[in-house]
Design a protein around this ligand. Structure first.
Ligand code: MLT
Ligand code: MN
Ligand code: ZN
Length: 296
């Protein structure tokens, strides 16, 4: 099995179009890696691929990834696309995947309702792009030789569906993680996660690889940097550092390969030379980058 990180950034990317923060300016200047928005591709045989999350940057991501180029006049190695939540950074790329190309569009029933309610996604011709509901907790063959299972993780409804009050740690069908099993190895991909309840920690024990929500370093970094008004937890993302952060939560889990993805442009770990990136590496983490290939 191969996992290719197509995009290692959170919504907005790095640089974000309207952001003049230090990380964004340094990415523009070529001083730190540019990161496109949140997506991975998975394959068991190197021929047929599943894309997990369709980022607004998918056109550029496919261009940068020869394994995903067409092999015939009209062709794609992508057999299926699965989305782990309904956020724009995970769904807007579906619009790029129109053009009469068959593939399976997989999501929970609740997330399919969100897509179904939005007529712009009818651009994906339903006679070619089957909308396949996937149940939480039941295994399915996502690709030849790769079994998958989705599981609920704490999160919230997509930003554009938020009402007056927002529950930020719903555990249901709006935010899921996915586990891939092949060749006796287990890989989990969780790009958004508001907290680490015991049930989720137990589920991850024994995984060989986890790609995990690295949105923010500090829960309040959007506020302290003057970039926004919300904490990470309010956005449905547990921070990397601090009490209840992912460094702490994963410390007892003994997972050999841990990779941060969905990294916000405000996060100091986006700069490989930062003390925070060094701290994450010292704790056994890899800071994910676009184009990184992981072979569990
Ligand atoms: C998030 O992960 O919090 C979302 O991608 C936010 C957004 O939709 O911009
Ligand atoms: Mn996101
Ligand atoms: Zn920025």
């Amino acid at each position: 099995m191969q996992i290719c990180i197509l995009g290692s950034a959170a919504g907005g990317g790095l640089p974000q179009w309207n952001c003049g923060c230090r990380n964004c300016n340094r990415a523009r200047a070529g001083e730190i890696p540019v990161r496109t928005q949140s997506s991975i591709a998975v394959s068991g045989d190197g021929e047929t691929w599943a894309v997990i999350n369709a980022s607004p940057d998918i056109g550029r991501q496919l261009l940068m990834t020869p394994a995903l180029h067409p092999k015939a006049l009209r062709h794609t190695p992508i057999a299926s696309v699965l989305v782990t939540n309904g956020d724009i950074d995970h769904t807007a790329g579906l619009l790029t995947l129109r053009e009469k190309q068959p593939f399976a569009l997989m999501a929970t029933a609740e997330l399919h309702k969100v897509l179904d309610a939005n007529p712009i996604f009818e651009a994906l011709d339903r006679s070619l792009v089957a909308r396949v509901p996937v149940a939480v907790g039941s295994s399915f063959d996502i690709l030849p030789g790769v079994e998958a299972e989705i599981f609920s993780v704490p999160g919230k409804v997509p930003l554009y569906l938020e009402g007056e009050t927002v529950e930020t740690d719903l555990e249901g069908e709006f935010t899921v993680g996915i586990e891939f099993r092949a060749g006796g190895k287990r890989t989990a991909y969780i790009p958004g996660c508001a907290a680490m309840p015991a049930k989720l920690a137990e589920r991850l024990i024994g995984a060989d690889v986890v790609l995990f929500d690295g949105t923010l370093w500090d829960d309040d970094e959007m506020i302290t940097t003057g970039l926004g008004q919300k904490t990470g937890r309010r956005m449905g993302h547990m921070p990397v550092s601090g009490e209840g952060g992912s460094l702490e939560a994963f410390a007892p889990l003994d997972i050999p390969t841990r990779v941060f993805v969905h990294i916000n442009n405000s996060n100091p770990i986006a700069d490989p030379g930062s003390p925070e990136a060094a701290e994450a590496r010292a704790a056994g983490w890899t800071v994910g980058e676009d184009g990184m290939v992981i072979t569990p």
